[in-house]
Ligand binder design. Structure first.
Ligand SMILES: [Zn+2]
Ligand SMILES: [Zn+2]
Length: 268
């Protein structure tokens, strides 16, 4: 077993992934990740919201599947998490969610910007053609900074998801990146290396090597996530991600239990 914990995985409940939690757990054991964390898209306070998350009424089913995976695979450390959308104004719902179960961590992700635009949605890719790309990137990192400052999350997900379709800014946004990372460091919020970006138009992990090096300088802790949408993707590209992390200076990833960092895992 020499791959770090995979803390970012989905399942069939979010309507665009496949497989039950037990299948992801089985895959985790096969590939040899140290721990698996489930982090499906959290329900919103009111349904319907969008087409890519569990309904509020399905949360008990998610938790039941999680308990079942823990029962079937006692030899595997299974963490209970959610990938929670950070949208200003929804803080009280996020706090309510946090009280609904004995979670190990929350990944805070920004998918939505203003006007209900989920910037990574392939069905809305044409909105990128009309957008002021630099402005969108700037707003994205402002939102991430707010998410980190909120202290509502243990990990910020795929922190440069805004590059997914390869619409890249012309100006230097390094100050925006640093502001976000300093906010993360201040609140003890980690970031993740999300390996799913390698399979997208940007052909890079999230975040870029530049942001990752900056994160290391700012002493922001790191987790690994495949963002698996099928069991076969658990731990995908982790060997490359370890190289990237080590190149940035990281020697360990961090583990969460009951929403606190409990230990580190060496990147070998
Ligand atoms: Zn996401
Ligand atoms: Zn995800």
């Amino acid at each position: 077993m020499n791959l770090p914990p995979d803390y970012h995985t989905h399942n069939y409940l979010c309507r665009h992934a496949e497989g039950k939690l037990t299948e992801y757990a089985k895959a985790a054991l096969q590939i040899g990740v140290a721990e698996i964390g489930f982090s499906d898209h959290a329900p919103m306070e009111q349904d319907p919201f969008d087409s890519w998350r569990m309904l509020r009424t399905e949360l008990p089913c998610y938790l039941q599947m999680l308990e079942q995976a823990r029962t079937e695979y006692p030899q595997l450390t299974i963490r209970a998490g959610l990938e929670v959308d950070y949208i200003p104004g929804m803080e009280s719902w996020i706090k309510e969610l946090a009280g609904l179960y004995d979670w190990d961590y929350f990944i805070g992700s920004v998918h939505y910007l203003d006007n209900g635009w989920d910037i990574d949605n392939p069905e809305k890719k044409e909105l990128w053609e009309k957008a002021d790309v630099d402005k969108v990137w700037k707003l994205y990192f402002e939102r991430l900074t707010q998410a980190a400052q909120s202290g509502l999350f243990n990990i910020i997900g795929h922190c440069d998801l805004v590059k997914k379709f390869n619409f890249l800014p012309k100006s230097d946004l390094s100050q925006s990146y640093r502001q976000f990372l300093q906010a993360a460091a201040q609140t003890g919020t980690a970031i993740e290396i999300n390996t799913s970006g390698w399979d997208k138009d940007c052909h890079q992990a999230y975040p870029s090597a530049e942001i990752l090096s900056m994160a290391f300088q700012e002493e922001v802790a790191l987790t690994f996530g495949s963002d698996a949408h099928s069991p076969g993707d658990v731990g995908k590209n982790f060997t490359n991600a370890i190289k990237l992390a080590r190149h940035a200076g990281y020697t360990h990833s961090i583990c969460f239990e009951r929403r606190r960092p409990i230990k580190t895992y060496p990147l070998l």
